[in-house]
Design a protein around this ligand. Structure first.
Ligand SMILES: Nc1ncnc2c1ncn2[C@@H]1O[C@H](COP(=O)(O)OP(=O)(O)OP(=O)(O)O)[C@@H](O)[C@H]1O
Length: 250
């Protein structure tokens, strides 16, 4: 089954990122995290097409983690089925476990994300996957970079590939793509994506993820002033002069 094919630009970025960071390799079995948002939806279609084109064989399965909030994933399942993509749904008690945090009005956004990551890893192991793919893109990497810089005093971003403590390899095939490319993919193909309001943190009137929203606004302003900002950031993330920072000798 051919299914929906992402644009040439998306496929070429995926191919280049794959080759550059050796993300997908012969014999891989990859768990692809599918939230139902535009990013992970683009990712499953791009990987499906990559599987068709690549001269090597790999398998993948889309996995959706529910938060125990009565989410309905029927449409998402039907979409995967119609496009010949294996889809596994796992519901969890994350919401129940997070209630205490919600009562205390403390940040539970990161709690959801930590719990989700843990579930994704255990499902990956259960399904015999050696890699986990996440749909983060260049805008996410830039926002994370500036969030860490401004709020935490750290120089960190989102790596295209790393090995988690449990030995699973985490890959981010969309990391060199812009968010607007992913939005265009779902719009052009009239794919119904879950919007930002589906982020569990947005469902409660407490502690919204202000920091990320602020970074988005700041980056948009900077990009207006410096149109090549993201191209530069992408290059800078590969061109790090560690020696030029304040490193102590011991
Ligand atoms: N409920 C979920 N089940 C499975 N994987 C998920 C889930 N939520 C997020 N992920 C994975 O983690 C990645 C990053 O999550 P994040 O919350 O930043 O994305 P999102 O805003 O839901 O975006 P997206 O548009 O990718 O779906 C997603 O792209 C997806 O690969």
């Amino acid at each position: 089954m051919r299914g929906i094919v992402p644009s040439k630009k998306v496929m070429s970025k995926l191919g280049k990122t794959n080759a550059e960071f050796k993300l997908i390799e012969e014999g891989d079995k990859i768990l692809v995290g599918l939230s139902g948002g535009k990013d992970s939806l683009t990712m499953i279609h791009a990987m499906r097409e990559q599987q068709r084109r690549a001269p090597f064989k790999f398998e993948f399965v889309a996995v959706t983690v529910g938060y125990g909030m009565g989410e309905n994933f029927d449409k998402l399942s039907a979409h995967c089925k119609a496009n010949g993509i294996e889809h596994v749904i796992r519901d969890t008690q994350t919401y129940e476990l997070a209630k205490e945090k919600i009562r205390k009005n403390s940040s539970f956004c990161s709690f959801f994300s930590r719990m989700r990551r843990g579930y994704l890893y255990s499902v990956a192991q259960e399904l015999g996957c050696n890699k986990v793919a996440l749909g983060h893109h260049m805008d996410d990497a830039a926002e994370s970079f500036f969030m860490n810089f401004i709020y935490n005093g750290q120089m960190r971003s989102l790596a295209p590939k790393y090995t988690a403590e449990n030995g699973l390899i985490v890959i981010r095939p969309l990391i060199q793509m812009r968010e607007r490319q992913l939005l265009a993919f779902v719009q052009d193909n009239e794919i119904e994506a879950i919007g930002d309001e589906a982020c569990p943190a947005m469902r409660f009137d407490v502690k919204m993820p202000h920091a990320r929203a602020k970074m988005k606004v700041m980056l948009a302003k900077m990009e207006k002033e410096f149109p090549d900002l993201f191209t530069s950031l992408n290059a800078a993330f590969k061109n790090i002069s560690v020696d030029s920072f304040f490193i102590t000798e011991d």
